[in-house]
Design a protein around this ligand. Structure first.
Ligand SMILES: [Zn+2]
Length: 358
């Protein structure tokens, strides 16, 4: 039965076609996650190193959800540049989730992106996993899931083309630049990249870390597009010569964004851990219960795994690709964590009820 379901799912994915562009590509996300582990303090590093294989593999899980056709797309970007957000630094977009929803409506935010709030949600999931670790080691698999999932979204925020409405160069004659920049350059030139991430410090406001990264990214969009135009020289052939030129012109940007993504990924993991009271994480390697491999039909690429959270608390992201016993497909945000230090916010209904009658 299970095999049949996997086969059906694989067939469904095959019909969908190639996965959508994934920030940094699979190689990039794994590279960032792996390097971030090196920046963790001793109390965390031992645990993360013992579970490195699983944690690094899971850094691409949110892209796999998209590839499987789930509604996760808006969590991976923010379309700065759309008219309604105004000019840089786009202060027309409230950072507070409820205020943003109230101002623009959910449909518009889903179109223009939800990245900072999704990041905050997954940071909250990671913090709760660390808190649960104080009570029981059975929470360890949740840390192994949520650290790389949270990391994925802040890594996406560091990709300039995830911070603009011109995300594939489609508005400037640079169509296809998204994958050429984030995937092809790293896969071709990884060995020539020199990444020098700064030391990580605890970051405890994931939403603002997301906005900061996106704003920095946005400022680099023009440079990436210009490099693409210069490298292609108006031709539509993207051969070795093109990539060599494109890489030469964007190497510094790539190195800076990847290095910062490494530092900030580590910083947010440390921040969640500190907010949870620095629980001892131990040095055990944990198998993920009921974890299974599903092999991809494309490029021999690892496609996904099933994850069933050990504690299965409400609010956990339930990744049920193909092999779920629950049959639940749910990766939509249900709880948009704001930074814990922020004042308690009223619900949208409360806000509306307090609005003066007009
Ligand atoms: Zn992504």
């Amino acid at each position: 039965m299970r095999t049949v379901r996997i086969a059906a799912l694989m067939a469904a994915i095959a019909l969908i076609g190639p996965p959508p562009a994934a920030a940094w590509g699979y190689v990039g996300h794994r590279l960032i996650m792996s390097r971030a582990i090196e920046l963790l303090p001793a109390g965390l590093k031992t645990f993360f190193t013992a579970n490195r294989g699983e944690i690094v593999a899971r850094a691409i899980d949110p892209d796999l959800w998209r590839a499987a056709g789930w509604e996760d797309d808006p969590h991976h970007y923010l379309n700065f540049g759309v008219r309604e957000f105004g000019e840089y630094p786009f202060t027309a977009l409230p950072h507070e989730y409820g205020a943003a929803v109230e101002k623009f409506g959910m449909a518009a935010l889903k179109r223009d992106g939800l990245l900072p709030w999704r990041l905050a949600e997954e940071f909250g999931n990671l913090r709760r996993a660390f808190e649960a670790l104080k009570r029981s080691a059975t929470a360890a698999p949740d840390v192994i899931l949520f650290a790389p999932v949270m990391g994925h979204y802040i890594q996406d925020a560091h990709q300039p083309l995830h911070a603009t409405n011109n995300y594939d160069g489609q508005l400037t004659g640079n169509s296809g630049v998204h994958a050429r920049f984030e995937r092809d350059l790293i896969e071709r030139f990884q060995s020539r990249l020199v990444l020098k991430p700064a030391r990580a410090r605890a970051l405890t406001n994931p939403r603002e870390a997301g906005f900061d990264a996106l704003l920095s990214s946005y400022r680099l969009v023009a440079a990436v597009l210009k490099a693409d135009s210069e490298a292609s020289g108006g031709r539509n052939t993207y051969d070795d010569a093109y990539y060599e030129k494109f890489f030469t012109r964007t190497k510094a940007v790539l190195e800076e964004r990847l290095a910062d993504a490494i530092t900030v990924t580590a910083g947010l993991i440390i921040g969640a851990w500190e907010q949870a009271g620095r629980p001892a994480a131990g040095n055990s390697e944990f198998g993920i219960p009921n974890s299974e491999f599903v092999r991809s039909f494309q490029n021999s690429e690892f496609f996904s795994r099933d994850h069933l959270s050990a504690s299965d608390r409400s609010g956990a992201v339930r990744v049920v690709l193909g092999t779920s016993r629950r049959g639940v497909v749910d990766c939509a945000p249900r709880r948009m964590d704001e930074a814990p230090a922020a004042p308690a916010r009223r619900t949208l209904a409360q806000r509306r009820s307090r609005r003066p009658a007009q």
